[in-house]
Design a protein around this ligand. Structure first.
Ligand code: FES
Length: 139
């Protein structure tokens, strides 16, 4: 059975897909964005999983207001805790607030397979040891 953090075929196992509830707590994980240590996250929205670099387009700050908490009160948008920028959960597009004119969230290649969530690193967002975060096992 796969375990979080396990690397198979260049994919990083981020954990049990069943723990990722629609509009609920996301899964954070460590990565390298270029050469910089950073985090990424995965959320579920309307049944589908979506992953992004955890970096606001307004100022390079992490979005979550508590570890793994990315959704706004209505569970409709992703919200940046610093100044309240809103992003579309399915695309990462800026949906209003301070991100306007600054761009969108950077997508990560994540998907669900056989009950697990996987991330496929790329040339920019690369794995670093311990990529699967143990700090927010969703439940
Ligand atoms: S840093 Fe995210 S809204 Fe300003």
């Amino acid at each position: 059975m796969a375990a979080a953090g396990e690397v198979t075929e260049g994919l990083i196992d981020l954990g049990d897909a069943a723990t990722l509830r629609d509009g609920g707590t996301g899964i954070r994980f460590d990565l390298l964005a270029g050469a910089e240590p950073a985090t990424g996250f995965v959320i579920r929205h309307r049944g589908a999983v979506h992953g992004y670099l955890n970096r606001c387009a307004h100022v390079a700050m992490e979005l979550d207001w508590q570890p793994g908490e990315f959704f706004d009160f209505d569970r409709e948008f992703l919200i940046c805790a610093t100044h309240g920028a809103l992003y579309e959960p399915a695309s990462g597009a800026c949906a209003g607030g301070p991100c306007a004119g600054h761009g969108d969230l950077q997508r990560l290649d994540v998907f669900e397979r056989d009950g697990r969530i996987y991330w496929r690193p790329d040339a920019f967002a690369r794995a670093r040891s311990g990529s699967a975060s143990k700090e927010n096992t969703v439940g």
